[in-house]
Design a protein around this ligand. Structure first.
Ligand code: ADP
Ligand code: MG
Length: 703
């Protein structure tokens, strides 16, 4: 019998949330803090002292010994430095537990080793963490005990953003200002705030930990660098939504309990398409909270997997030949009084505000397609996009039949007179209930799809932070809103001006709409004809960060400065070079120390067999043929290994980060592929007993 879990009782029990604050803080302090959260004012130090004291008392009751400013530097993972609550020992040899307002609000981790892309020279390495009071503090429990984690932003001495969080918060302010302007034009006088809401669906793989440890590629790089396809892949689609196995089920239960305690509303879970692949989705939240939640989700998946003797792989493409993992970023705009600006209503053709919002989004995405693509670029995603059921690297928007039809009417006539209705679903079975059909079917091949009352950006990589894509979405849409408002605020006839603007935007940007099969080769050709960018790789995408249009837009809305953008581009080039270098060196290591020796051993065994068979006076031609095949592939392997070693040596001579990254992409990656090819063929020939590591079949079919 499994224990009974009272979800409502445990939900948020380790979070310093509104209920806790209301209970524990003096009324005035609570009110001041709420105002600060809602209106973004500064907190005075006396109030901060009171909050810090209560937070500490609460955390200690939860068993916390340390606090930590929890932040998101540009490494892609979260960072933390733990300080215990103890103060200087007293004369009696005892200590008091203390935590001041100053310690809550501001931290100064030395942190000089984080990438800053030249923003901080090591000799002036001051970096500060500042409390993001809009995302609640929480107590995290693990092997190191319990720690009070305080979500913070991380900035340099001169105020430049060194993290993912700061630009996200800035972009939220930008879209709030512009979206409020827009809704005011349509007569909304009550909403006081517009916030991007985001729900991030997280895909991941689970494999056995003991087998994981036998694969150096998984240990060092998070993905397999060699591996022949097993006889069965995902072609039967029998894993997708299949029954969740016992071991995985027990894992999912523990993950959920941990997440619920931390206030993460974990909602759906299911098996994904590839064997050993799964998905978890929480309920959406304001984007900065969703960002923190997603980091908590990724951390929890990894930690709980270890407790269950498994490894959670968050890499975008752990295994070639089966689906990779992504993160679907569901994005909408919600007012503080609960209106979703992306809700078309039952008759979209009459909903002018919605149509203007939609037209602005089309305009934003079309103009900044390259930048949006860049926001989801990472080295792992290069292997995923455009293959095995992942969207292509070309940005397009799926609207579906109903909205496309409304916009077409608008393009033709400057207005729309009707919306296609959904009708009733005909199942042909009289005992099944009559189902109302949505007006539009889904399209899973689109990178940016309208799904009822939100857009789903499906390009994001599974281990990547959702900060960048949302910074871009918020800012490009803020820009389009601002331009529309500039026009409309000065219009003499508002209705006429809105109609004209929707028609203009829909006409100018209709090339970005694509409702067909995004996986097809025909689309690649068609997209090129339409002039849409097709940035195939991470390295190809990075320049989009620093084009004049990008810099101008980000500076105009105070989201990122030119310097910050240039430093981010530099970090990305550097990161790419480092990642591919580790991958290449891991391949060299595995090929020289494990694979080639295993093959040598196998060829000796074969040669011995041949001699023994011959001595017995029997024909050994089959054995000889196998030996020949293996030897042929061995030569190929050895040559490819030498070639890979050579190019990874050569790259050391390149100083410029961009050039270096390009070399890794254009030269080192193909050399890696050339080494993998013969090795994967050898795996199919060599005796399984002699193969020095678990196979794909062992890894993904035996969890
Ligand atoms: P599907 O796999 O069909 O896309 P899921 O239920 O797995 O759907 O995930 C949908 C995600 O979108 C969830 O995280 C959900 O909370 C989120 N979501 C739903 N409505 C909105 C909205 N208005 N804005 C942002 N996210 C939303
Ligand atoms: Mg989805």
């Amino acid at each position: 019998m499994s224990e009974v879990i009272n979800v409502a009782a445990i939900f948020g029990e380790d979070v310093f949330n509104d209920t806790v604050m209301q209970e524990r803080l003096p009324k005035k302090v609570y009110r001041d803090l709420k105002r600060m959260i809602e209106e973004g004012q500064e907190l005075d130090i006396d109030t901060a002292d009171v909050i810090a004291h209560e937070m500490k008392e609460w955390a200690i009751e939860k068993g916390a010994t340390h606090y930590s400013h929890w932040f998101q530097p540009l490494t892609g993972v979260t960072a933390e430095k733990h300080d215990s609550f103890i103060s200087t020992p007293m004369d009696n040899g005892k200590v008091l537990m203390s935590f001041s307002g100053k310690e809550l609000i501001k931290g100064e981790p030395d942190a000089s080793s984080f990438p800053s892309g030249g923003l901080r020279a090591t000799f002036e390495a001051r970096g500060y963490t500042a409390w993001d009071c809009t995302s609640p503090a929480f107590v995290r429990k693990d092997a190191s005990g319990a720690t009070l984690c305080i979500p913070t932003a991380f900035c340099s001495y001169t105020g430049e953003a060194l993290d993912q969080k700061t630009p996200l918060l800035r972009s939220m302010e930008a879209i709030n200002t512009q979206a409020l302007r827009l809704v005011r034009l349509f007569g909304n006088t009550t909403s006081r705030k517009v916030t991007p809401s985001v729900g991030a669906e997280q895909e991941y793989f689970l494999i056995d930990e003991a087998k994981f440890k036998l694969r150096k590629d998984l240990v060092y790089t998070g993905r397999t660098l060699f591996g022949a396809m097993p006889p069965k892949g995902q072609e039967m689609d029998d894993h997708y939504f299949g029954t969740i196995r016992k071991r995985v089920g027990a894992f999912m239960k523990d993950v959920n309990v941990e997440l619920w305690k931390l206030g993460v509303p974990s909602k759906t879970q299911h098996n994904e398409v590839a064997p050993a692949q799964h998905e978890l989705a929480p309920i959406f939240a304001p984007v900065n909270v969703a960002l923190d939640h997603n980091h908590i989700v990724m951390h929890t998946l990894k930690r709980v997997a270890r407790d269950h003797g498994m490894k959670c792989l968050l890499h975008e493409k752990p295994f070639a030949g089966v689906n990779g993992s992504g993160k679907h970023d569901n994005w909408s705009l919600t007012t503080d009084d609960g209106k979703n600006l992306l809700n078309p209503g039952r008759t979209p053709h009459e909903n002018t505000q919605f149509l203007l919002v939609l037209a602005c989004i089309l305009r934003a995405v079309d103009r900044h397609a390259a930048l949006l693509r860049e926001s989801a670029a990472d080295p792992g995603n290069d292997l995923r996009l455009g293959a095995d059921e992942a969207p292509p690297a070309i940005i397009s928007v799926f609207l579906g039949e109903q909205l496309s039809d409304v916009l077409e009417q608008w393009i033709d006539k400057g207005e729309a007179t009707h919306s296609i209705k959904g009708g009733v679903l005909e199942t042909g079975v009289s005992t099944l209930p009559e189902l109302a059909k949505d007006a539009t079917d889904r399209n899973r091949t689109s990178p940016f799809a309208f799904t009822g009352n939100k857009f789903e950006f499906r390009m994001v990589g599974s281990k990547d932070s959702i900060a960048s894509p949302n910074v871009v979405l918020n800012t490009i849409v803020a820009e389009a809103f601002a331009e529309a408002c500039d026009e409309l605020e000065k219009a003499e006839d508002f209705d006429e001006a809105v109609h004209t603007l929707i028609q203009k935007y829909a006409t100018e940007h209709q090339r970005i709409i694509f409702n067909g099969n995004g996986y097809s080769d025909a689309w690649v050709v068609e997209a090129e004809r339409r002039g849409l960018p097709n940035l195939k790789s991470f390295v190809d995408a990075i320049p989009a960060l620093t084009t004049p249009e990008t810099v101008e837009m980000f500076e105009k809305f105070h989201v990122l400065t030119r310097t910050e953008l240039e430093s981010r581009a530099e970090i990305k080039y550097e990161n790419f070079a480092k990642i591919i270098n580790i991958e290449a060196r891991t391949m060299i290591d595995m090929a020289s120390k494990q694979i080639i020796p295993a093959i040598l051993k196998y060829t000796r065994e074969l040669a011995d067999t041949i001699n023994a068979v011959r001595a017995a006076g029997v024909d050994a031609s089959v054995q000889k043929e196998i030996l020949k095949d293996v030897t042929f592939l061995l030569v190929e392997t050895r040559n490819a290994l030498k070639a890979l070693s050579k190019v990874t040596e050569e790259v050391r001579g390149i100083v410029d980060v961009k050039e270096k990254a390009e070399y890794y992409h254009n030269v080192v990656r193909p050399a890696m592929d050339a080494l993998r090819a013969p090795v994967d063929k050898l795996e199919m020939i060599v005796d399984k007993e002699d193969w020095p590591m678990p196979s794909y079949g062992d890894l993904i079919f035996e969890v």
